[in-house]
Design a protein around this ligand. Structure first.
Ligand SMILES: [Zn+2]
Length: 455
């Protein structure tokens, strides 16, 4: 166990929880072996369960059975599952009758006109997530405290609903506010309810921290913030942490993972995964081969304990990698680096360079008063043209275009494309309009170049 800033870093509570779930008292390397053994056993069971009950996996895994897996590395022999497979027919994935499904989540993956992806969960599946939320949140809150949840919670099995139930188990009150549509109202709720912890989408929580009324919250009232449902730029973490004087944690999860998957410990340097329920791999997105720890690739996961709609080697499209060094908290659980982007979110600039929205985030959110922005790539006489519109807060309306341009030039792909005369930057505009970020679709650069050429 290490010390950070003079204080001891408590070990992630997920380790103790996972030990109890798999029924072991082993520690250190012995515990790692026990977790690996549990994962292999559950992988075999999941393969046989899915093959026997799901029409999709009966065909997809026709040439495999659980007994073919002699070690965890043998999972590499199984074919991947993709989002397109689910889009094609989600019902073929079901391993239980539709009467046993307690919650169906519909995801509009890339816009309201695209086909929707549906995920199905039984009560047992929802309970697994509630249990994760319960144990994960003990890192951030203590009994008697209050949490404001800036995420939907009206429906049974929604994130807010499961979180409220999880917090109740540790004598913490969870209050569902929902997606922030009026920042002033959310701030008033923090004050009126004497909130200790806020859970929300990064850009939305930044919007509160940079709101004109944010100073009434003051430093020290909010003890912790948990950011979820979108990429978390370091600049947003630093700003929230500095304005409110609190610890800012990251959570990684997607609906397909059962909403929750991995969360920071107090070292705030990478997520620990719910390894009793999910098996994670990092693969080369081109070859599909497993990558060594320390290398960045595509996150692929397999559910180990899900009943309604298990997923085997599901390709997430998210980019991350395992951190090979031990976590300062002293756990033997694996540590996943913060997810910083998606494969399909990378936009080609000029001939050789790739730009990701997370690179723009890291420079644009350093501008004072910026709460959100929109990035559009256009075609301009054979060159790419980057058009940025900044949503400025009520305090700072005077962002000068040339200052924004200067920070954009700090992004390597932008700088090189400008030098090679393959890119121009349109004058940076400001807007009082915000673009509602709901977390159901991750923020991205809008590429209008193809539309322009076709029209
Ligand atoms: Zn840790």
């Amino acid at each position: 166990m290490d010390f950070i800033g003079g204080s001891r870093v408590l070990k992630t509570p997920l380790e103790k929880w996972i030990k109890a779930k798999i029924g072991t008292s082993a520690t250190g390397a012995g515990l790692r072996e026990e977790i690996n053994r549990h994962q292999l056993l559950k992988l075999r069971e999941t393969v046989d369960y899915a093959r026997s009950r799901s029409p999709f996996y009966r065909k997809h895994l026709a040439n495999f059975c659980g007994g073919d897996l002699h070690g965890l590395e043998d999972i590499g022999r199984l074919p991947f599952t993709t989002g397109e497979d689910i889009l094609e027919d989600d019902l073929r994935f079901l391993c239980v009758s539709r009467n046993d499904i307690a919650r169906v989540v519909t995801l509009n993956t890339s816009g309201t006109t695209s086909p929707a992806k549906r995920l199905h969960f039984t009560e047992h599946d929802l309970e697994l997530t509630t249990d994760l939320f319960h144990h994960g949140m003990t890192t951030m809150v203590k009994p008697g405290q209050k949490v404001l949840i800036l995420m939907p919670g009206d429906q049974h099995g929604s994130v807010g609903d499961l979180m409220v139930k999880a917090l109740r188990r540790m004598d913490v009150e969870g209050i569902v506010h929902g997606i922030v549509r009026d920042e002033g109202r959310a701030i008033a709720e923090i004050i009126e309810n004497n909130i200790d912890c806020v859970i929300g989408i990064p850009v939305q929580v930044l919007g509160l921290a940079r709101h004109m009324a944010a100073s009434v919250i003051g430093k020290g009232r909010i003890k912790s913030v948990l950011l979820s449902a979108d990429y978390v730029p370091s600049t947003i973490v630093q700003e929230i942490s500095s304005v409110w004087g609190c610890r800012v944690y990251n959570h990684y999860g997607m609906t397909e993972m059962g909403l929750g998957a991995a969360v920071d410990c107090r070292a705030l340097s990478g997520y620990h995964i719910r390894e009793a329920d999910l098996y994670f791999e990092i693969i080369d997105p081109v070859t599909g081969c497993k990558l060594p720890d320390g290398e960045q690739g595509e996150v692929v996961f397999t559910t180990l304990t899900r009943k309604g709609m298990p997923l085997i080697r599901y390709r997430t499209g998210d980019l991350s990698g395992f951190i090979p060094e031990p976590c300062p908290c002293g756990t033997i659980l694996k540590r996943l680096a913060w997810v910083k982007g998606r494969l399909c979110g990378q936009i080609k600039l000029g001939r050789h360079h790739w730009l990701n929205i997370t690179e723009l985030d890291e420079v644009l959110f350093t501008l004072p008063g910026i709460k959100n922005y929109r990035a559009v790539l256009l075609s301009d006489n054979g060159k790419d043209c980057l058009q940025i519109t900044l949503h400025v807060g009520d305090k700072e309306g005077g962002i000068v275009s040339h200052v924004a341009r200067k920070v954009l030039e700090l992004v390597p792909a932008v700088r090189v494309a400008l030098a090679e005369r393959k890119l121009t930057i349109a004058p940076v505009c400001t807007s009082e309009d915000n673009w509602l970020t709901t977390g159901s679709i991750k923020r991205t650069i809008i590429d209008r170049r193809v539309e322009q050429i076709c029209s």
